[in-house]
Design a protein around this ligand. Structure first.
Ligand code: ADP
Ligand code: MG
Length: 210
């Protein structure tokens, strides 16, 4: 039932691999409503995280996620570095030395991560940012955390994609995309897209555990 640090490290590795695969797609999305670097930023950061994962998978989840967050902050430029960095740092602080992470503990940690992103970036639901994918994903996972882990992870990934798609038609109110005003409407948000990839990675890497 509980998730080990090694399994969480595998999930981070899955995320890194999928970000690498989606690098062009994320950068193309960011070229429409930003400065065409989201894929490059995220791939640089997650590639750097990958290099320290082998060591981190031996430790506790607090160290795994704290080091992941610090690596992202130090290697990723732009808005997304500090935001994803904060997300993982909060996960690390929340989980600490917990040897085996239950779905409920993971839900609490994800909630702490989301609140950290909101505090750092000051984005609200509907502003067309990563928060729009992260919020429904965390809520869906919280709702299912006392049941089957695989089902809860699937619900979270589906909710993230739903949130990402919901804000595609709207005008951005935070980040670079907001500089475009009305012209940002109709474009899929890069950060909401990478956050959806994060929850899909958690689903696919951790579901087998459940
Ligand atoms: P930058 O915008 O500095 O070039 P990135 O391109 O790496 O950084 O990331 C852009 C993404 O960051 C956006 O698509 C959006 O989802 C997210 N973002 C930007 N500003 C905020 C914010 N204040 N709060 C939450 N997410 C944000
Ligand atoms: Mg950018």
């Amino acid at each position: 039932m509980a998730i080990t640090t090694a399994e969480l490290a595998d999930a981070v590795d899955t995320f890194a691999g999928r970000i690498h695969a989606a690098k062009e797609e994320l950068t193309t999305l960011d070229s429409a409503i930003g400065d065409a670097d989201h894929g490059i930023n995220m791939d640089r950061g997650m590639s750097a995280v990958r290099e320290i994962l082998r060591e981190l998978r031996q430790g506790d989840p607090g160290a795994l996620f704290t080091q992941t967050g610090m690596k992202l902050i130090s290697t990723v430029g732009g808005a997304s570095g500090p935001l994803y960095g904060t997300f993982f740092l909060r996960l690390g602080t929340s989980l600490g030395e917990t040897p085996e992470v239950t779905p409920r503990r993971l839900a609490e940690a994800l909630r702490a991560g989301l609140e950290g992103v909101k505090a750092r970036g000051k984005a609200e639901l509907g502003d067309k940012t990563m928060v729009d994918a992260m919020t429904p994903a965390v809520e869906a996972f919280e709702a299912g955390a006392d049941g089957d882990l695989t089902t809860a992870l699937a619900a979270a990934a589906t909710a993230a994609a739903g949130g990402r798609d919901r804000v595609t038609p709207v005008v951005a109110r935070k980040g670079r995309a907001s500089y475009l005003g009305e012209r940002s409407a109709g474009h899929q948000d890069p950060g909401a897209t990478s956050t959806t990839i994060l929850f899909e990675s958690l689903r696919d890497a951790l579901a087998v555990t459940g």
